[in-house]
Structures are given as structure tokens and as C-alpha cells.
Design a protein around this ligand. Structure first.
Ligand code: GDP
Ligand code: MG
Length: 655
């Protein structure tokens, strides 16, 4: 099978739009399963976790493979709740195309917009499936209009609906059964891109379908147009059409078996039998069992044990995976999600995923589970490093980072079912950051008690907002040898994990500007010890500014609520531009601190009786006055407490 005969496709939607139902129907129609499961009865084939079945929502991205007309379709059904945005973002590097599912009853929902933005930012070709055309009150023209105005989609209507909003709602293909005017309407979104179609459109003469189709394929694959399909997944309507659409309009993977191996890990699971297993998308080359593959982040090789491919919903052992394919491998103990394996990872520009904005403390309900919980959290963190598990041994506390309440609920469930530990959480608190307030220097002279020698001097400057950490060295290797300079560079990120206000330090430029090593006394470890002291010393001299996370809100509501909502936004320290008013409704764009707006979605829904719609996404960090933000105690031993820190680092004292 060449990669022409493969499609790697994600199914994305706001929760409840019908992704799992659609997936189930595709599996059935293709013959991969011989009974249709139901999300309502908890028998769907892709909601694996107990909690997914109980609540009828998907948390993990499930992977299925089936064949349609000789093409292999790797399909990933993704979670639709905002807390799991990162789950969705992670699988994007594995995809060549996507289906965005919209519920005709609800239209564009809060999460739809952020999913669409994510797809667009990664330039992933996309089909639109408007589901639930049977639901009462469905207004097809309004939906199409929303897709155009709210998402900026350029839809090409493939079908018309009949008996809309009735139980027997159905579809018919425009090109085959539609009127001339309807056929011409398909041309409009394409005409601008293709001269012959433009002519046909102006002359009001529908051209051959093949002509349209060729242009549509091209524009879909370059992200300029989105074929729009209708359906009622529950009643098996529009399934065959979307499957045909997948193989016709979405691209096959690029990649060549003859090139050197490259692939990305997009998910890590813990299988009761296999142990740690990595889901991998192969970009180039062939991956075989027992291959040693290079991880540049770790600068080491890891050996592949087992290789598996999906078949329907189950997995089969295979000897190798080919360019363009998706599979599961075991044997990689240290590689994590997002790692691009192979010799040239930089060729594959993987956009980083969203980071959690909340921190919380997690506690074992029963004393006896303390050590077991520590172990469990280490395992969970190795599968999802964003949890950023911190174990404060002295205080006997566990801290992790999370996306929101929904994730807490899921974690409670996972820790109970997988590790049999009962846990509870503190209320999540917003994660602040800090950045140097001005330019200054940090210095440390670590030369006593011998044997040791590391003298370092850094220039520390504030960086542009969102620039992260930038490090460089202006010191020659005659003064500080390269091997020591490497240790300094490696230590910078650890040193910045907690600044003088207890938060991670970011948007900072650090330059090594002095001083020296010692021919006899220096050891690499001396520089690992001296660097955090010098940096904290510098930050303490300069002072830092607190940064807080800001969310961008889009609010749509009836006109009469404008005054009230504007007032809410002001109270939350939000800023906003003039609203756009149309048909008795206004749309408002606002930037609001996360800390003041955590429960605003719920408040607004109840206050407006569901008439106001709010969509949010993380915008970035912005400076905030200390008294409006929050300080955080330093966890562990502070390098500013210099002598204690040195003793601890030299293992003369323990915690
Ligand atoms: P997901 O959260 O996107 O995976 O959505 P599900 O597939 O779990 O479906 C959510 C709910 O919508 C379930 O109760 C389905 O039975 C229902 N549903 C799915 N497709 C349709 C449809 O075409 N019409 C109607 N009326 N309901 C549907
Ligand atoms: Mg689902």
C-alpha cells in the first residue's frame, strides 16, 4: 500500500455535536464493526474509559482504522471539552486532514471557534459536517451564515437538505439533483481562485463537474475552501458522502519510505499489558521492531520493542511502520509527547501545545496511600509532562498543573480506577509568572569550601512579552570551558522555575558575561550549583514584575444586556473595544484576567437565560500590580539562602 491510499484524519467538535456517533457510523458502514454502538447506552466503540461511557463524553483521543473503497482511513475521535484542548492540539501533527462537526441545532459553539483557529494555525485541510439536521428548529441558512461570519470558513455546499428539522430529514447532492442556480452557487466560493470557474459563474453556465472538483480539491488541500456536508449521524444520513469526501478532498500523507526515519509522538498511554506505549506518526522512512531511534531532546537512542497498528478498534502486532502511517510502539522509556524522533527534528515544525493555567494541590484521602500516590503522579506526569508534578517532601505535599475543573474530575476517576487511590483536590489557583523589571546583573563566586571553583556573572534583562527565555554567552571558552558553559546553559531553566515571588520567571534575556573556571578545582557540578544562586541574586537586586494570564473573550448577546455586561467586564478589570451591533444582538471582544473571570461563563449563562454566548481562549500573560496578583511561597530551599542552599546541594544536609 502506498501512502496515496492512506488518510490520517481527526474528528473535532464542541462536546455533544456528534463526533462519537459519526465515528461509530463510519466504522459500521465500512464494515470494521458489525454492530453500531451508542453513546446514549454507553456502548460506543471509541469511548473506552469508564468515565467516558458513564458521562457520554470523550476525554481521550481514540484511534480507529478502517478501509473505505480501498483507502485506509486512520481516524482520531478527539475530546470536545475546553479542558482537553491540549489533547486535541497534540494529535494535530499526526493529521493530514480533519472533519469539523457542527451541530445544526446549536450552531457555532464556544469551543468550535478555538478548534477552528487551531486547525487554521496548523494549516490543516478540513471538511465540515453539519450534523443533527433532524433537530427541531434547525435553520440551515443561519448555520451557513454563522460558519462564514463567525469562523471565516469558505464553505462549498455539497448537498441540500430535505425535510429539515423533521425526523426523516435527509440530504441530496446538489451537483446531481440540484437546480442550475444551486449548482452555480457551488462555484461562487471557488470562482475567485480559478479563472474558468469565474467565467462560468459570470455567464451563469454551470461547467462540467470535473472542472469544479479539481479546483475544489486544490483549494481544500491548501485550506482556502471547505466542502460542507450535511447529515444526521444518528440515523446514518450523510455517512457515505462524508467518507467519499475524505478520500476525495483530503490529502494523503507526504513522506517516502526511502528517506531516513522521522516521526512524532503524539500520545503516551499506559497499557495494562504492554506498559508504556507511544502513539507515533511516521513522517519519513520506515520504523521496524528493534530499531534504535534517536531522540535529540534526550540526545540518546531508545530501542523499539513492539510495533502495533490499529485494525478497526483493536491493535495487531506488525514488524514495521511506513512513512505516512500511524501506530503504537513500546520500549521508549523517556521519550515524551511532542518529541520528534530521528536525526533532523527541526525540519518538522511542531507548534507547542497550550499550557495549563491553574495549579492545585492533590491529596490522598487515606494516609497509607501517600507513597503510592507519589508513584502514581510520577507515572501520570511521565505520560503528560504538562502536569508538572511537584513533590514537596518537607511539607509532604503534591502539586500539579491543570486546565480546569473538568480535568480534576477526570483525574480523580483515573487515579481511582488505575491506581485504586482515593484523592481530593484543592480549588485550582491561577498560575502567575514573573519577569525582571529592568536590566541588572547577577553574580556568584563559589570557591569555598574547597574543592570547588565556579565564578559566574550574568546580565539579566526583561524580554518582549511572550518571548520566553533567551540565553546567550559572551564569555570565551578560555575563561570558562565549553563543558562548564554547557552545564550553565542547561541549568538556566531550572534556575528560573521559581523567581523571587515564587513563580516561574519568563520573558527574560540572560547573558553570561563573566567570569572564570579553575584549571584544577572546577567540576561541572560547581556551575550547576552557582548558576541558580547568581540568577536569584540578580533577580533580587533588580526586582520582578508579576504577570497574569489574560483570556480573550467573545461575547454575543441581546442588545439590552450590553450595559450590564460592559459593567461586569469593567469590574473584572477587562478591556474591550466598541461592540458590533446587528439584528438586535451585539458582539463584543474583550481581554480579561483569568483570575477575575473564572466563573463568568456560568454566571453569564444563568443571568441571560442562555441567550448570551461566551467563547474564551488564552491570549497571553500581561503585567499586573503585586497587590492585584498573588505571591507564592518558595518551595524547597531558596538559593537566596546561600549557605543553606550550598550545604543542601553538597548533600551535607537533607530535607
Ligand atoms: P460527541 O460529544 O461529539 O462525541 O457527541 P456524541 O456522539 O456523544 O452525541 C451527543 C448526543 O447527540 C447523543 O445523545 C447522540 O445520540 C446525539 N446525536 C448524535 N447525532 C445526532 C443526530 O444526527 N441527530 C440527533 N437528534 N441527535 C444526535
Ligand atoms: Mg464523544
Amino acid at each position: 500500500m502506498t501512502s496515496n491510499n492512506i488518510r490520517n484524519i481527526g474528528v473535532l467538535a464542541h462536546v455533544d455535536a456528534g463526533k462519537t456517533t459519526l465515528t461509530e457510523q463510519m466504522l459500521f458502514l465500512s464494515g470494521a464493526i458489525n454492530n453500531i454502538g451508542s453513546v446514549d447506552k454507553g456502548t460506543s466503540h471509541t469511548d473506552f474509559l469508564d468515565i467516558e461511557r458513564q458521562r457520554g463524553i470523550s476525554v481521550q483521543s481514540a484511534h480507529t482504522t478502517f478501509y473505505w473503497k480501498g483507502t485506509k482511513i486512520n481516524l482520531i475521535d478527539t475530546p470536545g471539552h475546553t479542558d482537553f484542548t491540549a489533547e486535541v492540539e497534540r494529535i494535530l501533527p499526526a493529521l493530514d486532514g480533519a472533519i469539523l462537526v457542527i451541530s445544526a441545532a446549536e450552531g457555532v459553539q464556544a469551543h468550535t471557534l478555538s478548534l477552528w483557529n487551531t486547525l487554521k494555525s496548523r494549516n490543516i485541510p478540513c471538511l465540515i459536517y453539519v450534523n443533527k439536521i433532524d433537530r427541531i428548529g434547525v435553520d440551515i441558512d443561519a448555520i451557513i451564515n454563522e460558519l462564514i461570519t463567525e469562523l471565516g470558513i469558505n464553505p462549498v455546499l455539497m448537498q441540500n437538505t430535505i425535510n429539515t428539522a423533521e425526523q426523516d430529514a435527509n440530504i441530496h447532492p446538489i451537483w446531481k439533483d440540484g437546480s442550475d442556480a444551486e449548482r452555480l452557487s457551488m462555484l461562487e466560493p471557488l470562482a475567485e481562485e480559478d479563472e474558468s470557474l469565474l467565467e462560468a459563474f459570470i455567464d451563469e453556465k454551470a461547467p462540467e463537474f470535473d472542472n469544479i472538483d479539481k479546483t475544489l480539491i486544490k483549494l481544500t488541500q491548501s485550506g482556502k475552501a471547505q466542502p460542507l456536508f450535511f447529515g444526521c449521524a444518528k440515523n446514518s444520513i450523510g455517512i457515505k458522502e462524508i467518507l467519499d469526501g475524505i478520500i476525495k478532498y483530503l490529502p494523503s500523507p507526504k513522506g517516502d519510505n526511502n528517506n531516513p526515519f522521522a516521526g512524532v509522538i503524539y500520545k503516551i498511554i499506559h497499557d495494562p499489558i504492554l506498559g508504556r506505549a507511544a502513539h507515533i506518526r511516521i513522517f519519513e522512512g520506515i520504523l521496524s521492531i528493534r530499531d534504535e531511534i534517536y531522540n535529540s531532546r534526550l540526545d540518546k537512542y531508545e530501542k523499539v520493542n513492539l510495533v502495533r497498528k490499529a485494525n478497526g478498534n483493536s491493535w495487531v502486532d506488525v514488524k514495521e511502520l511506513h512513512a505516512g502511517d500511524i501506530g503504537v510502539i513500546t520500549g521508549l522509556n523517556e521519550s515524551i509527547i511532542g518529541d520528534v524522533l530521528g536525526k533532523e527534528p527541526k525540519k518538522y515544525n511542531i507548534i507547542p501545545i497550550s499550557m495549563p493555567l491553574f495549579t492545585t494541590q492533590i491529596k490522598n484521602r487515606e494516609e497509607k496511600d501517600y507513597a503510592a500516590l507519589a508513584k502514581a503522579l510520577q507515572i501520570l506526569c511521565s505520560e503528560d509532562p504538562r502536569l508538572d508534578f511537584e513533590w514537596l517532601r518537607e511539607e509532604r505535599e503534591f502539586h500539579i498543573k491543570i486546565m480546569g475543573w473538568m480535568q480534576i474530575e477526570i483525574l480523580i476517576h483515573i487515579i481511582k480506577t488505575r491506581f485504586n487511590i482515593d484523592v481530593e483536590f484543592d480549588d485550582p489557583a491561577v498560575i502567575y509568572k514573573e519577569t525582571p523589571s529592568e536590566i541588572g546583573e547577577g553574580y556568584e563566586e563559589y570557591t569555598m569550601p574547597k574543592p570547588c571553583w565556579a565564578v559566574v556573572r550574568f546580565r539579566i534583562e526583561p524580554g518582549k512579552r511572550g518571548s520566553g527565555v533567551i540565553y546567550k554567552s559572551e564569555v570565551s571558552t578560555d575563561k570558562i570551558k565549553q563543558k562548564y558553559q554547557n552545564e550553565i546553559e542547561r541549568t538556566i531553566n531550572t534556575a528560573l522555575k521559581q523567581g523571587i515571588k515564587g513563580w516561574e520567571v519568563t520573558d527574560i534575556k540572560i547573558t553570561l558575561i563573566g567570569d572564570e573556571d579553575h584549571e584544577i578545582h572546577s567540576r561541572p557540578g560547581n556551575f550547576i550549583l552557582a548558576t541558580p544562586i547568581a540568577i536569584m541574586n540578580g533577580l533580587n537586586n533588580i526586582g520582578t514584575t508579576l504577570l497574569e494570564p489574560i483570556v480573550e473573550m467573545t461575547i454575543k448577546a441581546p442588545d439590552e444586556m450590553l450595559g450590564k455586561i460592559a459593567n461586569d467586564l469593567t469590574l473584572m478589570r477587562g478591556s474591550f473595544a466598541n461592540p458590533e451591533i446587528e439584528n438586535g444582538k451585539f458582539t463584543l471582544q474583550a481581554f480579561v484576567p483569568l483570575a477575575t473571570s473564572m466563573d463568568y461563563a456560568i454566571k453569564l449563562t444563568s443571568r441571560s437565560g442562555g441567550k448570551a454566548r461566551l467563547s474564551t481562549h488564552f491570549h497571553g500573560y500581561q503585567s499586573v500590580e503585586d497587590n492585584l496578583g498573588k505571591k507564592c511561597e518558595y518551595r524547597g530551599i531558596n538559593p537566596l539562602d546561600r549557605s543553606k542552599y550550598i550545604l543542601w546541594k553538597r548533600k551535607a544536609i537533607t530535607l
